[in-house]
Design a protein. Structure first.
Length: 308
């Protein structure tokens, strides 16, 4: 009787060990085999395109993501916000980048797209250093872009003919600058370029030229960053609402994101991108903003006090 009791206890102990082992294996498998979902193996390809203002940040983030996930390939291309929205809506892009809300896009079914606000970008006029101008009122800025003022000497600058460098229709940078810097007045004819890098190059090499760029492109002294209405074009003034020309940087997916799309979007909102890449690349984290803006362009303090 004593021997039978000992055998039963031994069998019970063995069963407990086996059960514990199976439980550990099950937990390990559920967590990707390492106890952390972050190490889950991902593979596949994403094509991301659209806003040239967001392109540098997206490209830097894609590089970091691919280093962590070697079996993933992410292609980041420009083309403008209009292209980003139209092509993601058609299914030709996995993620469409835009400087403006899909609701503002011509012919875009915004209800079919899922919005992810991944950053904020400030934008201002980029002026040739030879123009001798560092700040303008909004009224004078509108006179410049509508062609009412044709020489910088009329605004206290040097005797240099003004050359306008515009962006094409569909550009998110053009839409944002036009709405919040020019009060939706139509710019006069000038040079039209769809690449921010090309706009910067033309402005830097053309005496008296003026265009407009995201803050992230003002990373050297080749062009002058213009203050508007007495407000310097700085991250702090965008954050507190003093500088009006800014936009959310959107990443849209068509419907619910796939597993790989969601993983990359989560990475975009993680500490590495938001805490390191966003500021180092010249962008602003959405979480830092003291104001917010809706699809109609209405800007309010986060306490819901209208500041427009």
């Amino acid at each position: 009787m004593r021997m039978k009791k000992l055998m039963l206890l031994a069998s019970f102990a063995v069963l407990m060990v086996l059960a514990t082992g199976c439980g550990s294996a099950a937990n390990s498998e559920a967590d990707g085999g390492s106890g952390s979902k972050d190490t889950e193996k991902l593979s596949g390809k994403l094509v991301v395109g659209g806003s040239s203002a967001l392109q540098p940040l997206a490209a830097a983030a894609a590089k970091g993501f691919m280093e962590e996930h070697p079996e993933v390939q992410i292609q980041v291309q420009g083309g403008g916000s209009g292209t980003g929205l139209s092509q993601v809506a058609k299914g030709n892009l996995d993620i469409g980048m835009s400087d403006y809300f899909a609701e503002s896009g011509d012919g875009i079914d915004a209800n079919s797209l899922v919005d992810n606000k991944v950053a904020v970008v400030g934008m201002t006029a980029a002026v040739s250093p030879k123009a001798g101008v560092t700040k303008l009122s909004k009224e004078d800025l509108k006179k410049v872009f509508t062609g009412k003022v044709k020489n910088w000497s009329e605004l206290g600058g040097k005797d240099e003919k003004i050359t306008l460098v515009n962006r094409p229709d569909g550009s998110g940078t053009r839409a944002t600058f036009g709405q919040f810097a020019l009060d939706n007045e139509t710019p006069a004819e000038g040079i039209t370029e769809d690449s921010s890098n090309t706009v910067k190059k033309i402005v830097s090499e053309t005496s008296g030229a003026i265009g407009y760029l995201a803050f992230s492109y003002f990373n050297d002294d080749s062009v002058t960053k213009l203050a508007i209405n007495g407000a310097e074009a700085t991250d702090e003034n965008v954050t507190n609402g003093k500088f009006p020309v800014w936009a959310y940087e959107h990443m849209y997916t068509k419907g619910t994101p796939s597993k790989l799309e969601k993983a990359f979007l989560d990475y975009m909102m993680g500490d590495k991108v938001q805490g390191e890449l966003v500021p180092s690349q010249g962008y602003i984290s959405v979480s830092k903003m003291e104001v917010e803006r809706d699809a109609n362009g209405k800007t309010t303090k986060k306490s819901d006090t209208d500041i427009d």
